[in-house]
Design a protein around this ligand. Structure first.
Ligand code: IPD
Ligand code: CA
Ligand code: CA
Ligand code: CA
Length: 266
């Protein structure tokens, strides 16, 4: 069984690195930028090309595996049975377009809904966060230690400022006391990187009211491997095929936030 996942992992990491090179090469070419659901929801030819590249490699090598990606592959996948790849070809497209950094390729591979492999590749820093469940998590060759307890008053929380302004997903009064009490907040504009940073101990928590499976799939496997927790914002289990709110964090921080800030106000 070990060899089964190692084999998949070896292919997946080499394809992710190759895709990273494709993205870097694209900087010298013209980028085609379009919008999706609204004028700020960007997509480029590279988002689509990278997804197609990964999709074709997986299909050729592992024809029985199923694949769900942001840019249109796997819309027919309705159950998490078997081996399922959940792919975000570029997470942080806005950063990719505006900053040419702080974006990542994210892959989570699941077996019957259980996370087995997590890969998040920060292309511009050449930092690959990776894990095979049960074998430890790594950033390149560096083993990531298990997360250590972080009380709210010493924690760094990642969240988008939207969630403490008027919005239709959560009352700003729920999260603003938390924002005041933590040591600091950050916002990187790539959910995958924010989750990788939790796994690496650089952030203690990340809260967002709406993510798609491809945004959190890779990060979920990485964070669980270092003893962290990934749930929806109310502490309930995530569904790997549906959009969810996401609250990821170090275990003690996650518990304190649910008890003291979120569930009290429900
Ligand atoms: C987005 C990023 C962003 C998050 C959005 C996602 P995309 O993914 O992860 O940080 O706030 O909710 O949709 O579209 O750049 O892959
Ligand atoms: Ca997108
Ligand atoms: Ca994404
Ligand atoms: Ca994306």
């Amino acid at each position: 069984m070990e060899d089964f996942w190692e084999n998949i992992y070896t292919y997946a990491t080499s394809w992710v690195k190759e895709a990273g090179e494709m993205i870097k090469d694209s900087f010298s070419k013209e980028l085609l930028i379009e919008t999706k659901s609204n004028p700020n929801d960007l997509v480029t030819n590279m988002d689509k090309d990278v997804e197609t590249f990964l999709y074709e490699k997986i299909q050729e090598t592992f024809p029985t595996h199923r694949i769900v990606g942001e840019e249109g592959h796997g819309t027919d996948v309705t159950s998490a049975e078997g081996v399922l790849w959940v792919i975000d070809p570029i997470d942080g497209t806005m950063n990719f377009v505006h900053q040419q950094r702080n974006f990542a390729i994210s892959i989570g591979i699941f077996e019957n809904g259980v996370g087995k492999i997590g890969l998040i590749y920060d292309v511009m820093h050449d930092e690959l966060y990776h894990t095979i469940r049960g074998n430890g998590a790594y950033m390149n060759d560096i083993k990531l230690p298990m997360l250590t307890e972080s009380p709210v008053k010493e924690a760094i929380l990642s969240l988008n400022a939207t969630w403490v302004t008027d919005n239709h997903r959560i009352d700003p009064a729920v999260l603003s006391p938390l924002v005041k009490d933590v040591r600091g907040t950050r916002s990187y504009g790539s959910a995958a990187l924010e989750l990788a940073y939790i796994a690496a101990g650089r952030l203690d928590g990340y809260i967002t009211m709406r993510l798609a499976p491809w945004d959190f799939a890779g990060g979920l496997v990485l964070i669980e491997e270092v003893g962290g927790v990934v749930t929806n914002v109310y502490g309930e289990e995530l569904n790997i095929l549906e959009k969810n709110s996401v609250f990821a964090g170090e275990k003690a921080f996650h518990k304190e936030v649910l008890q003291t800030y979120i569930n009290k106000k429900r």
